[in-house]
Design a protein around this ligand. Sequence first.
Ligand code: 5GP
Ligand code: MN
Length: 326
Amino acid sequence: MKPRPKILDRIIAIIDQCQTFCVVNHVRPDGDGMGSQLGLTMALQNEGKTVTCWNADEMPSKLAFLDPQHSVRPPRPNQAFDCVIALDVASLERLGATEPHIANRTHFINIDHHPSNTRFADLNWVVPRSPSTGELVYRLLRAANWPISPAIADCLFTAVSTDTGSFQYPSTRPSTYVIAGDLVKRGANLANICHEVYQSYPLSRVRLMQHILNHFKLVADDRIAYYWLKPNDFTRTGANASDSEGLIDHVRAIEPVVVACQFEEVAPQVIRISLRSKSEDVDVGQVALQFNGGGHQAAAGARIEGNPLSVQRRVLLAIKKALRSK
Ligand code: 5GP
Ligand code: MN
């Protein structure tokens, strides 16, 4: 293990001084965001702290097993917190409708692994080479000597596993396996996590997948694959927003494809793009930045306003440029 960064000691010292906390993650919370948030919430509660754990966007139902105590609940209007901790949040905008509810605070801590992190808090522990925020929460708990219960281990294992694509993304490091192994040793229920997260997709999600496989398009010598999700595709299949998470990976996995792009019309003239790259030489984080979004080299996204076809044309052009410059 590397020497522990000074910022970690400062974070632990602040947490020690504080009693009331609000722990938040990003809009459309995912496995890393929820696992980090619930794991840290439980650890703080075990230390006798009063913790509000909340996001304005609902937790995906497949992650509900991580919260058997139903710890996720909204704060009171204008509730005051000694300390707010944002996890896996790259910028203030990524807090969405949660942000106004955490304004009444003394300390603000930001723990994240996105290279595009804007360091928006008072204390920012941002480690872009960390494959997940869950790994950082694990390091925090170990450094502070707070016990990692089986329930906390479940949360952190889910965070580490989902943000590494089940230990497959190139961001996965030897220490990732060491941490995952330690979490299993401390009681993470591997069989249950894999069943809940990877082996129990609702039929609505499979129907959405069917739509994608029937409609995806290939351009740039089959190196770019893209598809659209329109409001009607969700209505027809009965899928909700969280059902679409991860579907893009199946399109990315097609052999000649280097970059996969999902266009989702979230409101009239508002398009959410998700980008995935399979080549370390093609940085989709840079592509997303051109549209005021963000993310990592291999996975990124943005919200873009405009006419759907013109957004599609601009995004595909930017991806083609990124492919040419590799
Ligand atoms: P996804 O495609 O799964 O929604 O997001 C992939 C990655 O890009 C995630 O790491 C996420 O944090 C980041 N990301 C997605 N959408 C946005 C966005 O609108 N702004 C920023 N800054 N990052 C985004
Ligand atoms: Mn993450």
